[in-house]
Write a protein that binds this ligand. Structure first.
Ligand SMILES: O=C(CO)[C@H](O)[C@H](O)COP(=O)(O)O
Ligand SMILES: [Fe+2]
Length: 235
């Protein structure tokens, strides 16, 4: 089931992934329905533990609740200090992709292999100040790299262009790797991210602060298309 969803995430590229961080948590069912109607193919869920990042969001009950209301693949961004401790419950709750932070773990290759055993897609994320060399030991064991264009922890921050250099290098060196960007993605930054070779574009405030999610997503989709296939993005 989850491996099929990983294929669905790959097939969705290039695509905008709404980030459920500043949405209406009192009416998640309606939020998901609005996003589905707006053409969303994958949902991005931000899990924060108040320890790895100085913010607390949500955990398995929300993932499980969303799972009951949608068949869309769930791309779970784990901003937590101990990803392996919560990985299995997250998968049981309905996660299809688990992305851990390289800064949070001692052995990223081991973490990636353990996550893969759970039958889900595996991503590794890195913050703007973390060099790409930190990823090298685990790149053969992951399906996706999540390049953060803000420091993980909060929505609504400004885009850090260091992410573009990282995307370009990753795309040159790993033509088949799925690449995702997260943080400060909007009408100004999405085109350069696509041109740098990105496949999946996480957007929080750029969607949830809009009156009409469909209009916001269509505009971003148009800018992805206008930016072309970058320097050889996956699709
Ligand atoms: O991982 C995240 C924050 O750590 C969120 O996915 C991200 O912030 C999305 O929000 P925005 O588009 O407003 O930057
Ligand atoms: Fe995120």
């Amino acid at each position: 089931m989850s491996r099929a969803k990983l294929d669905a995430i790959r097939d969705a590229a290039p695509s905008v992934l709404p980030s459920l961080l500043i949405c209406d948590f009192g009416d998640l069912r309606t939020e998901v329905a609005r996003l589905a109607e707006a053409g969303t193919k994958v949902l991005h869920l931000d899990v924060m533990d108040g320890h790895f990042v100085p913010n607390l969001s949500y955990g398995m009950p929300i993932v499980e609740g969303l799972r009951r209301h949608t068949d869309l693949p769930l791309d779970v961004h784990l901003m937590i200090s101990d990803p392996l401790k919560y990985a299995r419950p997250m998968v049981e709750a309905g996660a299809d992709m688990l992305t851990f932070h390289v800064e949070a773990v001692e052995d990223a290759a081991h973490t990636a292999r353990e996550l893969k055993q759970l039958g889900v897609g595996v991503g590794v994320a890195l913050n703007p100040d973390t060099p790409l060399t930190e990823l090298e030991p685990c790149l053969d064991d992951v399906d996706m790299v999540l390049v953060m264009s803000v420091n993980a922890g909060f929505g609504g921050q400004s885009f850090n262009p260091v992410a573009l250099d990282k995307l370009k290098l990753l795309r040159q060196r790993h033509p088949d790797l799925l690449l995702e960007i997260d943080g400060g993605i909007n009408a100004e930054t999405i085109g350069p991210a696509r041109a740098a070779g990105c496949d999946l574009f996480v957007v929080g405030s750029g969607i949830f602060r809009a009156d009409d999610y469909g209009v916001a997503i269509a505009e971003l989709d148009g800018l992805i298309a206008a930016a072309g296939n970058g320097e050889g993005a996956k699709s």
